[in-house]
Design a protein around this ligand. Structure first.
Ligand code: XMP
Length: 319
């Protein structure tokens, strides 16, 4: 058991001692870890921190707006919002292989971040939301995918390239402790208790080639699913839930006409460690409501299916 106010006071002092009067850059992703790290470091050193939020165009609905409202608006932190959608889409054009897509997104992410960092020549520190399980994982054996995750998430290699010192104030904390800290620092419950979201974002939830118009449809379908899960009190009972865009067309009817449009799959899982997972037995009435809303509200989608595959053999993501 820990005393939160004491913990925050100590962590803040430690950051001040480490950093002195130097400047710090942090890559804000909208995820729990980087958000809590940003809030803590901002509490410690205020305007000596600059957050860089890279929007690759593959984020969830309104994510950019929410991150800016929270950090720039409410916390009054310095945040640079980089809309790099066109750059990412350009490099992803024609690419269908999942690992290739991950590589491109990771590489472009580093590139954009690095270019922004170079606009802040006074920065001496790179802050990252590395948490204790990341520290353990990068010491031990890891899968190719786990490596990709880390290399993207923690912008691997960047501190060296940029000649920056590394600031990792969450290194000793487990995920649930990071969440408690986030709430104590004033971050909204919904932000701190959010499901995990992969670094490549919707890039691995649009099967095959990533297109802007597919991303727009998927974002809206996904938002409807998440809204309804929250409304039905199912969000916190699932570990991860999202929509997947299938670039397959099927026939439907609407009024007197025939439609020929795309399919969305819904995925919701329950898991302790994300290594194995059960598909969530969501109430049929909830699934029905989500399906109706998506088909009625998202023109371009005329069919919704529910994924009932366990992990293994299926993975949680579709790519
Ligand atoms: P899978 O699909 O392997 O996913 O069952 C397990 C967990 O890892 C997340 N995931 C990723 N996270 N970059 C990330 O940051 C990735 O490339 C990536 N791929 C999968 C996935 O969302 C799930 O929580």
């Amino acid at each position: 058991d820990w005393n939160m106010p004491d913990y925050i006071a100590e962590a803040v002092q430690k950051i001040r001692d480490q950093v002195g009067d130097e400047e710090v850059i942090l890559g804000l992703s909208g995820g729990v870890d980087s958000s809590v790290a940003a809030a803590l470091i901002h509490r410690a050193i205020g305007d000596q921190l600059t957050c860089v939020f890279v929007d690759h165009g593959l984020l969830r609905l309104n994510e950019g707006k929410l991150v800016m409202e929270m950090f720039a608006g409410r916390l009054h932190a310095k945040v640079v919002h980089v809309d790099a959608t066109d750059q990412f889409m350009g490099h992803l054009k024609g690419v269908t292989d999942p690992e290739q897509k991950r590589k491109i997104i990771g590489r472009e992410f580093v590139e954009v971040f690095q270019a922004e960092a170079q606009k802040l020549p006074n920065a001496k520190w790179l802050a990252q939301g590395t948490i204790y399980p990341d520290v353990i994982e990068s010491g031990g054996a890891k899968s190719k995918k786990a490596h990709t995750i880390k290399s993207h998430h923690n912008v691997g290699g960047l501190p060296e390239t940029l000649g920056l010192k590394l600031l990792e104030p969450l290194r000793d904390l487990f995920k649930d402790e990071v969440r408690e800290l986030g709430v104590a620092l004033g971050l909204p419950h919904d932000m701190v208790y959010r499901h995990p979201f992969p670094g490549p974002g919707l890039g691995v939830r649009i099967l095959g080639e990533v297109r802007q118009d597919f991303a727009d449809l998927l974002r809206r379908a996904d938002a409807i699913f998440i809204d309804e899960l929250r409304a039905a009190d199912w969000y916190d009972k699932t570990s991860q839930a999202f929509a997947v865009f299938l670039p397959v067309k099927s026939v439907g009817v609407m009024g007197d006409g025939r439609t020929y449009e795309y399919v969305v799959a819904l995925r919701a899982v329950q898991t302790q460690d994300f290594m194995t997972a059960h598909w969530a037995e969501l109430p049929h009435s909830l699934l029905g409501k989500v399906s109706n809303r998506i088909i009625n509200e998202v023109r371009g989608i005329n069919r919704v299916v529910y994924d009932i595959s366990g992990k293994p053999p299926a993975t949680i993501e579709w790519e």
